[in-house]
Design a binder for this molecule. Sequence first.
Ligand code: ATP
Length: 707
Amino acid sequence: MDSVRHPTTPISSRDAGAVDELDPEQSAAVLAPRGPVCVLAGAGTGKTRTITRRIAHLVDTGQVNPGQVLAVTFTARAAGEMRTRLRSLGVGAGHTGNVAAQTFHAAAMRQLRYFWPHVFGDARWELLDNKFPLISRAARRAGLDTSTDTLRDLSSEIEWAKATLIAPESYVEAVRRLGRESPAPPPKVAAVYEQYEDAKVSPEGDRLLDFDDLLIYMTQILTVDPGAAEEFRSRYRCFVVDEYQDVTPVQQGLLDAWLGERDDLTVVGDANQTIYSFTGASPSYLLDFSRRFPDATVVRLERDYRSTPQVVDLANRVIGAARGRIAGTRLRLIGQRPPGPQPTFAEYDDEPAAATSIAIEIKHLIKQGVAPSEIAILYRVNAQSENYEQALTEAGIPYQVRGGEAFFARTEVRQAMRQLASVAGREVRPGVGTLDVVRSVLGELGLSAEEPSGAQARARWESLKALLQLTEDMIAENPELTLPDLSAELSARAEARHPPTVQGVTLSSLHAAKGLEWDAVFLVGLTDGSLPISQAIKGSWEDIEEERRLFYVGVTRAREHLHLSWALARNEGGRARRRSRFLNDLVPDDSPASKIAKERTPRKGPSCRVCGARLTGSTATLLGRCSSCPSDLDEDLLVALKEWRRERAQEKKVPAFVVFSDKTLTAVAEQRPTDTAGLVSIPGIGASKLDEYGEELLEIIKTAGQK
Ligand SMILES: Nc1ncnc2c1ncn2[C@@H]1O[C@H](COP(=O)(O)OP(=O)(O)OP(=O)(O)O)[C@@H](O)[C@H]1O
């Protein structure tokens, strides 16, 4: 195998061991006077460093004991990282205990275990970690379908309602007022919500509590029981909240209950990175902080230590176009790193062409010494990963998919492949083309003509659509493709995908990329309909603004290399699309930047070595000729290459495709390269494969030529 497994280096852990030095701006946040502090921190300005330093400062100067500090984060990963950093600063523990760094939910659960008997006596509670059975029963009673997609959407909707403190009886009115898309008719959702809440309480008064209940019950205990409130408040005196722009009303309610009349609170956040509004998160608490605490010290962190001035400049332009309240508090980032390359923009004819070109660019970067784990491809929805997974596989570049499953591992894709294999095994009615059968199979699995509503159904629909497009591409390359051929080809592709490797290039949705950073970032699929996503285009201007912030989060993940791209169609000859409206202020359509981008990227794509036509589609690109052009395959050489591959695979105890895919060997047997330059021009042969097998391959080709 050409990769050793070891963990990725998400930003913050990379320097977690070092004792962080602060700059004067960061020190101002740390050394601020007692009382409430609001740190408005831009992307890459070192929030984690600042927040941990502030806690250390409060402890070191005797303002608070470690055990009296409660630092809250939004993810368990962030909490763990904060604990590590605090330990490295020597403020892990003290005679009153440790600094508590936890998520809202973990903190509430711990507190609830202790305080529950104060209010509820002998009644018991248990954590409900799977809502589905209860929601399913309620949905059936309400006459709704109980498919997994519907249940997931109902469950998210109930979570949103609870996070925003909307009770079942207020739900219908609330969604009407907010113009919110409901996963089912609102009165039915309200009925499911109400029954679900009732079902959690037994006739004896025992309760099942979901994650949101932990917060709701703990808030209630501190509100109704003065004894509990006093005990809690004498235990914890100082509160710190990270990523405060993502706080929901229910979390804010708990924070208020923790504080009581006190104001020893430090919050850190960046309103420009608010990308979780759909869960109920609201930046208004961050933006209104000094209104609520008139004595608050407000510190702005604007020095960006992550990105080059070129990336920072682009980020400032992206967010500079924002509208609404957040725009009023705009932070202007100031890049602190030495200059680097200008971000590049590229327009491609279709997605497969974009993916192939980007895989080639990534190969160049790796050759220049950038580690694959320092490169990311970021997109809006997970279904967009398929073309890139394929192109990276063919280029022999290891990758991992974050925040979602790899394309061929998704349930709906696996279901579709099983169905297709089973249909392919039967007689297909004469005259019914491969594409028709695929359309009908995918249709049965949920590929409707119109985009469905509901987040889960939509994600599934997107994956099935990507599978249909893949089929269409394959049929365009080979119009004679039969159903068994298609089924075999899909299985081969699924098998040839690199096993997940944590050291490879990261493929990630923009949401899952939040908080991370890479040397090189490829922001792909920047079209209207993808970013901003089509639901946002149909929605309000605020929905569009949230998409702009997602774009901003993507841009600010890059340390040095940033490549922005869009494809005018999904597949070859597909319906034309417009590039993202967010690009309009960055690259006018006829600007030199755009033209340069078009010239320097293979918009024309590689051409067929037989007929000279432009190649589209990954197979054609890999073979270096149109699928319909005559193959000049050296059959004997291919046999020799496969025999050699079998031996190598046996020796290394890996499947044969890990050494080289069939397609790569076919390309070698057709093109018969005579030197290393010829070898690396074949996708699938990268630097590491060249090192390992280059000489042997050239030797086999030479020997075959002499026969
Ligand atoms: N004072 C400093 N000197 C040098 N490097 C710093 C300093 N502060 C932060 N950094 C580095 O800058 C990068 C960004 O820091 P960090 O990830 O904490 O930013 P952030 O504010 O959480 O960003 P974001 O919100 O965009 O995820 C990290 O690589 C960090 O090590």
